[in-house]
Write a protein that binds this ligand. Structure first.
Ligand code: ADP
Length: 873
């Protein structure tokens, strides 16, 4: 939008808004002023008319009252009962008519009602005899509720009678009662006066061409003549609700409304409470507000004038302002078109002059820049052309390449399609292979499962075999075997019965699941009776799927157990070895569980194992019994041989010497006697030793050897034995190698002394006189080790293990050179072992032997405790 237009619009809007606001405000103020004035004027008019109406009615009322008083005065002069009714009547009428004629021309008719409401006299004949007792005005006047009446009666029975068949007309009546001595004599009624009222109200002075005054009754019907309609009386209805009120002056409020003629009017209503009528004063709105309309028109015309002036001024101003700018604009367009030489210079000194001068300078600069740009653009164009040529060449090459690519792509696509086809074929083949493979895998799985089942069974059997092999005690084997079997089968009921020696009864050895009290019933089974008995007899396993189906064929107690424990299926397996039935095993399920085929086979295999195990234990029992007997036999013969030989030798020499000495024919000298007696003494010592060895051995065997242990050092024991040892090694070089300070040992001093004496005696016996015998003691790994080393004959390797056995002696002749029982080393071994130690030998034949035994060193705390509890014996 151009500056000129903008300026125009702004001025136009400003003038328009200001003018409109001024006009509206002015009009509103003028309206208010005019309205107030009209209101005052109409109120004044209404009040004055109302007042006039009131005066007219009052004068009518006064007239009738005078008449009534006259009638009363006249009646008072009459003699009571002197004159007849008719005379009285005539007199009254004459009085009435005279009164009316003389004072009130507006009265059209006059009536006289008697005390019963009957017209007894009237100015018109037609009223005579009319019964007006229903007229409520009459009853009110007769009762004395009111003294006079003035008002319209067209709606009353009297009014209807007066109007007759014709349309209802406004009838004004004035009435007053007359009495004698307080009693009602009659009522006088005037009819007429409507015209006077019409004249008063229809005076439109000061109300212009549209103004009007009229009277309406309480129902709003017009009572007086209209200025604009002929037949308005009792026909036109006006709503006075807005203006009517009960009290005078209450309705003086200007209302803008529509008149009965349908035009806009301003209205004031003035009520007349005594009659229930309302004086209505109206004036046409257009006439009332005519001055305001004129004022508004003038203001609007002025506004238009101002607007026009404003537009002209705006055009002038904007032209003066924009002319140099337009010039600048044209110059700029010239420059844009390329006319760099166009001059815009101006001598004006205002801002626009400065702007045009700056514009001139800018144009010069632009011209320079434009020249540079043109040069640059020319060079650019040359470059672009070159580039375009190069691009065209490249494009051609590219197109060629694209064509080649497309061909290659096509070839590729063909290859791809072929490949896809091959892949599809291959996939189908693979699917087939896959199916075959899957089948194979399934088979493998089945085989694997079977193998696994087999493995499980084998593992179970292995576990069972281990259980069985862990013991040689038959009861333990059977217990473990049954428990393991039930565990593998995951059931709780089962039993093992063994065949007795006679082979006709099975006796329960182990019963599981059923309480022992109940199990007594099946503790013995006769072979051939019941399922178990038949199994034992035939040696064939039997499977019963449902025990409840075979209850009748079972023993009573067995049936009872089955029912009580809800037993279901059972396996009965014979326990056989080498075809002989040794017993019977049973396993039973509860509830719904039934043994599977695999489980049944497993139980049969287990039965074989248990059978073999029973036989093995029987064999072992027999074997060990035989071995024990053999050992006993060997011991007995060893003892016999040893005892008989060893006892015989000393006994023979004792017997021989004693016989020699006691020969009666020979006298032995004292010396010889003494020598013989000493030999007898030595030999009996040997006998005594043999007997004591045998005694000690039997004590050991019987387990009654007593140990009296106490803490003591080995050197203390040896020093106690000093004399005894000296005696034993009298022919040898004896040496005791016992370092001082060795820890104590907790031992029976006597018994350990006996072991040492035994070993030293043996060393002396089995080595040449003069050779060395060493008694050595050392502490080795918490033990005291005592060794007796000789340089004697030694012991061959094959005998070394046996020399600690009872009655064992080497058979060589040299060995026999010392009397002995073969018990010494075995007794020593038992003593050492009783002390928690051990005994052993190292030897080389012909070089010597080293016998050693070890005793654990006493732990201090333990030692002191023991010391405390074992008193010195
Ligand atoms: P004995 O009463 O016969 O000596 P022992 O039990 O003491 O019974 O010895 C058993 C056998 O051990 C002896 O008969 C002997 O043959 C052999 N023996 C024991 N000590 C030695 C030793 N120091 N040197 C060689 N042989 C020995």
């Amino acid at each position: 939008m151009k500056i000129r237009q903008k300026t125009l619009i702004v001025i136009f809007v400003v003038v328009l808004v200001t003018g409109a606001v001024t006009t509206i405000v002015g009009r509103t103020i003028a309206m208010n002023i005019v309205e107030d004035e009209i209101s005052d004027h109409l109120v004044t008019t209404a009040q004055s008319r109302a007042q006039t109406v009131r005066l007219a009615l009052e004068s009518q009322q006064q007239g009738i009252e005078i008449l009534a008083r006259e009638a009363e005065a006249y009646m008072a002069t009459m003699q009571p009962g002197g004159l007849g009714f008719l005379v009285k009547d005539r007199l009254v009428v004459s009085v009435l008519l005279n009164g009316i004629a003389s004072s009130m021309e507006q009265v059209r008719d006059a009536l006289c009602l008697d005390q019963n409401g009957i017209v007894v006299a009237a100015t018109s004949e037609r009223f005579l005899g009319f019964d007006a007792s229903d007229w409520e005005v009459f009853s009110e006047l007769s009762k004395g509720n009111r003294n006079t009446f003035v008002g319209d009666i067209q709606d009353s029975p009297l009014g209807e009678f007066v109007n007759g068949e014709a349309a209802s007309e406004f009838l004004l009546a004035t009435a007053a009662p007359f009495r004698t001595a307080g009693d009602l004599e009659g009522v006088v009624v005037f009819l007429g006066g409507e015209k006077e009222l019409s004249e008063i109200t229809t005076d439109v002075t000061g109300l212009g061409k549209t103004g009007e005054v009229y009277l309406v009754n309480s129902d709003g019907f017009m009572l007086t003549e209209s200025r604009f309609r002929e037949d308005a009386i009792m026909q036109v209805k006006t709503d006075t609700a807005g203006g009517s009120g009960d009290s005078e002056g209450a309705g003086q409020e200007l209302i803008s409304t529509t008149s009965y003629m349908g035009s806009k009017v301003l209205r004031i209503c003035e009520p007349l409470p005594e009659t229930g009528w309302t004086v209505v004063v109206e004036m046409g709105s257009s006439e009332a507000f005519a001055p305001v309309s004129t004022l508004t028109r003038v203001m609007l015309w002025s506004l238009l004038g101002v607007l026009l002036l404003g537009v002209v001024a705006a055009i002038g101003i904007s032209k003066a302002l924009t002319r140099p700018i337009v010039r600048l604009h044209r110059g700029a367009e010239e420059v844009m078109r390329g006319n760099w030489d166009c001059s815009l210079s101006t001598s004006a000194k205002d801002e626009i002059g400065e702007l045009s001068r700056a514009f001139g300078k800018m144009t010069a600069n632009l011209k320079r820049s434009h020249e540079e740009l043109r040069h640059y653009s020319e060079s650019l164009e040359t470059k672009v052309e070159e580039r375009t040529r190069a691009l065209a060449t490249a494009n051609e090459e590219l197109n060629r390449e694209i064509i080649e690519r497309k061909q290659a792509e096509k070839a590729l696509q063909e290859a791809h399609d072929e490949l896809e086809m091959r892949v599809l074929e291959r996939t189908e083949q693979l699917a087939e292979t896959n199916a075959i493979l899957e089948e194979e895998i399934m088979e493998r799985k089945r085989a694997e499962e079977e193998a696994l089942q087999r493995n499980r069974e084998l593992a179970a059997l292995n576990a069972l075999a281990q259980t069985i092999n862990q013991s040689v005690d038959l009861d333990e084997i059977l217990r473990n075997a049954l428990d393991k079997t039930l565990e593998i089968l995951n059931v709780q009921d089962g039993s093992i019965h063994l065949m007795d020696k006679e082979g006709d009864t099975l006796s329960a050895r182990i019963v599981r699941g059923v309480p022992s009290g109940e199990a007594k019933g099946v503790s013995t089974i006769r072979v051939g009776e019941g399922i178990g008995g038949v199994v034992a007899q035939k040696g064939e396993p039997t499977f019963v799927e449902s025990l409840s189906d075979v209850l009748r064929s079972l023993h009573e107690d067995a049936a009872q157990i089955i029912l009580q424990h809800d037993l279901k299926s059972a396996m009965f397996v014979p326990l056989k070895a080498r075809g002989v039935v040794l017993g019977m095993m049973s396993a039973v399920t509860r509830g719904d569980r039934v043994f599977t085929t695999e489980e049944r086979e497993l139980v049969i295999t287990i039965g074989h194992q248990i059978g073999t195990a029973i036989q093995n234990t029987q064999l072992v029992e027999e074997a060990s019994r035989a071995e024990a007997l053999e050992e006993l036999d060997r011991l007995r013969s060893a003892l016999l041989a040893s005892v008989s030989h060893e006892l015989r030798t000393p006994l023979t020499s004792i017997k021989g010497l004693a016989s020699t000495l006691t020969q009666p024919d020979i006298e032995w000298d004292r010396e010889t006697q003494r020598e013989f007696l000493m030999i007898i003494d030595r030999e009996s010592n040997i006998l005594a030793r043999i007997v004591s060895d045998l005694m000690e051995m039997s004590q050991i065997e019987a387990g009654v050897m007593r140990m009296e242990k106490a803490p003591i050092t080995i050197s203390a024991i040896v020093s106690q034995l000093r004399d005894q040892l000296k005696h034993l090694v009298v022919k040898h070089q004896f040496e005791a190698d016992i370092p001082p300070g060795l820890p104590q040992i907790y031992v029976d001093e006597m018994r350990i002394g006996e072991v040492i004496t035994n070993l030293v005696a043996n060393a002396a016996a089995y080595s040449e006189p003069g050779t060395r015998i060493t008694l050595q003691a050392r502490e080795v790994d918490g033990d005291i080790v005592v060794s007796v080393i000789d340089e004697g004959i030694g012991i061959p390797a094959e005998h070394r293990g046996k020399i600690f056995d009872r009655f064992y002696r080497l058979e060589s002749g040299v060995a026999r050179r010392r009397g002995g029982t073969g018990l010494g080393l075995s007794i020593s071994k038992r003593i050492v072992e009783e002390h928690g130690g051990r005994i052993w030998v190292e030897s080389k034949v012909g070089r010597g032997s080293k016998f050693s035994f070890s005793i654990p060193v006493v732990k201090l705390a333990k030692a002191s405790q023991k010391v405390a509890s074992v008193p010195e014996a």
